[in-house]
Design a protein around this ligand. Structure first.
Ligand SMILES: CCCCCCCCCCCCCCCCCCCCCCCCCC(=O)SCCNC(=O)CCNC(=O)[C@H](O)C(C)(C)COP(=O)(O)OP(=O)(O)OC[C@H]1O[C@@H](n2cnc3c(N)ncnc32)[C@H](O)[C@@H]1OP(=O)(O)O
Ligand SMILES: Cc1cc2nc3c(=O)[nH]c(=O)nc-3n(C[C@H](O)[C@H](O)[C@H](O)COP(=O)(O)OP(=O)(O)OC[C@H]3O[C@@H](n4cnc5c(N)ncnc54)[C@H](O)[C@@H]3O)c2cc1C
Length: 674
């Protein structure tokens, strides 16, 4: 039985869920979007980009060969790029907000089930030109790149090194005779590997190479390098370039390899904002901070927090809507089978995904604002806030990508067998997000960067020196007593800070012990890295919890009462969930008792029940159009079984009643004639 809603036939269970939602869904959409103005602008962009139907494919991407998939992605990227230059440019505020406007990025997802081969052009090539060029270089390259007259990527990682940038082997040796750099790949392991769009799409790339001048190595620097002819697209002499082959995801992104055989580029193609090589080969350092050439990576880490929040919102929308229409088992013999969303274990799997999408979305806005402040200070020559920001963006990138990947997989589990179908949309989301945990700095590696900062901050706190804002809680780490447990939201956040402080203290103590026992500083650090990663994770969880709570209180100050209640429930759920995940740590570092934890578990379960009637309303509030979800299970109308069957019938395997494999193999084998 179906019901009609806004000219759409809607599954009755979903219609019932929507009828019982007790808060204003649009108000929550505004909170998630960062205000009503943003929601209106987003909807306008989506209408222009999606209403024409240009994003749709006649045949699903999943039924195409790798070559067809790639060509189709290029075709649609070109359509979308043209829209961006024309009808979308003004709407998205591209001039003021930069090309990485998250709305443009999100809308693009309707065009690509995997990713656009232009992702790296917009995500890293253009930002590197903006961040690493002198004004003269920028005025030459940026208009060409924004107008898509040239398409580029970011080639840093090599076959032999991704994490350890200082270990890259590609060389750029300055030749003062010709005023050129000679790019060379001396070994197989020095081949650039992974850059998105490099395989077939781009004609330029940012290459990160070891700079040699006057016989001296000055470390890694970025260069802009033409690799294909601007007219024929043929690779230029001295360039060996290709695609790296099938991957878990990103299969429409033609990730590539690149090698140089004494390939020459003009001196001006070194990006010279932070360091310069003069005509005679003299090296001049301009930047006040040694790591500013890592700036594009910091930018992308910030962007990724928002990116994964969005993808988690998609997965939770799919899984919650599906759980509202799916009925299974019969715990009460006289009643109909319940919606699986009524199982408390299902709520436990899903509501944390909704809450985490909110937490990460609000943290990402806050992180972006902090980043803008750091950039503004650096413009004035002050790099003092950079170390704290590097520590913050590193851990937020690591935890947000890791949590999102885990929760997207949990959403798949929540959808049972149908979640395993590509058409559910969840496998593509997982394949995309699980890569974010690795690229732009692996999880462990980035948490160790944060741990380095935490240890220094702890030593400053010990010496009673001033602390930067995100680690100011370390000042209370020396009271000698365990933090007092209190199950209010603020009390739980203070406990999370106590965990981070306690774990950092344990690391410092252990490292000191190990050094006293004769280990070098490097070895003592190495032996403590499991605990250092755990300390950085705890720090990050305290930051997320604190930011989420503060932001939601601020953003709901003028909300209607029921919106305030449901947003407060979601925030509290997030805090309870993580407190219960870390009971061992709480017992070590706070005064929490066994009874407190038992009570907390009960309170958590009761909270799930309170959120239950609003679950569909909460995911509707993400306001994700069906075109963005690409999901048989998660569409707004809930016509799940109909869509699953429609998609199955599209399978090329169903085109002929009997497969060729029957006459070729099955029949001969069954007749004993193979
Ligand atoms: C208009 C048309 C449109 C058309 C449209 C059509 C289509 C439409 C499509 C629409 C598209 C829309 C576009 C939007 C895109 C958005 C999405 C973007 C996605 C992008 C995908 C990206 C894919 C993936 C890309 C990639 O993956 S690209 C490669 C990334 N690779 C890595 O991330 C390597 C990690 N490794 C390291 O980052 C380092 O190696 C290492 C570990 C730090 C050690 O670095 P090391 O130099 O060894 O330093 P240490 O010795 O450890 O430290 C020494 C001292 O330096 C300090 N310090 C280290 N760092 C830093 C640092 N930054 N900053 C400050 N300090 C630092 C450290 O704190 C220590 O301080 P101290 O304690 O001494 O005080
Ligand atoms: C889909 C995808 C797209 C990509 N796109 C690009 C791109 O466009 N451009 C580009 O330049 N690169 C790109 N990359 C490469 C990416 O940035 C690297 O793969 C990433 O930085 C990890 O480096 P690695 O592969 O060298 O891993 P490794 O460093 O070899 O890591 C392997 C393991 O060793 C551990 N490890 C390494 N060092 C340490 C340490 N010091 N302490 C403790 N543990 C350590 C890691 O934690 C990890 O578990 C892409 C990668 C993927 C998967």
């Amino acid at each position: 039985m179906t019901q009609t809603n806004n000219n759409m036939t809607v599954n009755p269970d979903l219609a019932m869920e929507r009828a019982k939602c007790n808060f204003n869904v649009l108000e929550v959409t505004h909170i998630f979007d960062g205000g009503e103005r943003n929601t209106l602008q987003r909807k306008k962009i989506e209408d222009v980009a999606l209403n024409s139907g240009a994003s749709k494919d006649a045949l699903g991407e999943e039924h195409m060969s790798p070559k067809e998939k790639y060509e189709n992605a290029v075709r649609k990227s070109c359509i979308y790029a043209t829209m961006m230059k024309n009808e979308l440019a003004e709407l998205s505020g591209l001039e003021s907000f930069g090309v990485s406007s998250p709305v443009i990025r999100r809308t693009a997802d309707a065009f690509f089930k995997e990713v656009s081969p232009f992702l790296l052009h917009l995500g890293m090539f253009v930002p590197t030109i903006m961040g690493q060029c002198t004004p003269e270089q920028q005025s030459y390259w940026l208009p060409r790149a924004l107008d898509m007259q040239i398409i580029g990527t970011y080639a840093q990682t090599e076959l032999g090194h991704g994490t350890f940038i200082r270990g890259l082997e590609t060389t750029a040796t300055y030749d003062p005779e010709t005023e050129e750099f000679v790019l060379h790949s001396p070994t197989l392991s020095s081949y650039k590997w992974w850059a998105g769009g490099l395989g077939k799409t781009v004609n330029y790339c940012i290459v990160v190479a070891q700079l040699y001048t006057k016989g001296e190595c000055h470390g890694t620097h970025p260069f802009i390098v033409q690799i294909r002819d601007e007219d024929t697209h043929v690779p230029l002499p001295g360039i060996k370039v290709g695609e790296i082959g099938p991957k878990m995801g990103f299969n429409t992104a033609d990730n590539g390899f690149l090698g140089f055989d004494h390939y020459r580029i003009p001196r001006e193609h070194m990006l010279m904002k932070n360091a310069q090589v003069l005509k005679d080969g003299t090296y001049v350092k301009v930047a006040r901070h040694g790591k500013l050439t890592y700036g594009t990576m910091v930018f992308v880490r910030v962007v990724l927090v928002n990116e994964v929040a969005f993808n988690l919102a998609k997965a939770s929308t799919i899984a919650v809507r599906y759980s509202a229409i799916r009925r299974q088992s019969k715990p009460k013999p006289d009643e109909v089978e319940p919606q699986i969303l009524d199982y408390v274990t299902q709520q436990h799997k899903l509501f944390i995904a909704i809450a985490t999408a909110h937490a990460l979305q609000l943290c990402s806005t806050w992180l972006w604002e902090s980043f803008s402040a750091v950039l503004a200070q650096m413009k004035g020559g002050n790099t003092d806030t950079l170390p704290e920001f590097h520590a913050l963006s590193s851990c937020l990138k690591a935890i947000s990508t890791s949590d999102s990947a885990h929760l997207i997989e949990q959403c798949r589990h929540a959808c049972g067998g149908h979640g395993y179908m590509i058409s559910s949309g969840i496998p593509n989301l997982y394949n995309f997000v699980s890569a974010t945990r690795t690229y732009e700095g692996d999880y462990t590696v980035l948490l160790l960067q944060t741990a380095r900062f935490l240890v220094k901050a702890y030593e400053q706190a010990e010496a009673k020196k001033p602390l930067t804002p995100t680690v100011s809680y370390l000042a209370h780490a020396f009271s000698g007593s365990r933090a007092t447990w209190d199950n209010s939201p603020d009390g739980i956040i203070r406990s999370f800070q106590a965990l981070a402080a306690g774990k950092t203290a344990v690391c410092v103590t252990n490292m000191r012990k190990r050094m006293r026992a004769g280990l070098s500083q490097v070895d003592a650090w190495e032996m403590s890295t499991i605990q250092l990663v755990a300390a950085a994770e705890a720090h990050c969880r305290a930051v997320i919890a604190d930011t989420y709570r503060k932001e939601i209180v601020r953003l709901t100050a003028n909300s209607s009462p029921n919106v305030k209640v449901v947003m407060d429930q979601l925030t509290t759920l997030y805090l309870y969930y993580w407190a219960l995940e870390r009971t061992g740590d709480l017992l070590m570092f706070t005064s929490v008792s066994q009874k407190d934890l038992v009570d907390l578990q009960i309170a958590y379960e009761e909270l799930l029940l309170k959120i239950r009637p609003n679950a569909v309303g909460l995911v509707d509030a993400f306001d994700l159009r069906d075109e963005l979800l690409h999901s048989t299970l998660g569409s707004y109308d809930g016509r799940v079984y109909e869509r699953l069957m429609e998609e199955a019938l599209k399978s090329p395997m169903n085109k002929e009643p009997v497969s060729d494999a029957y006459s070729k193999y099955l029949r001969p084998m069954m007749k004993g004639k193979l």
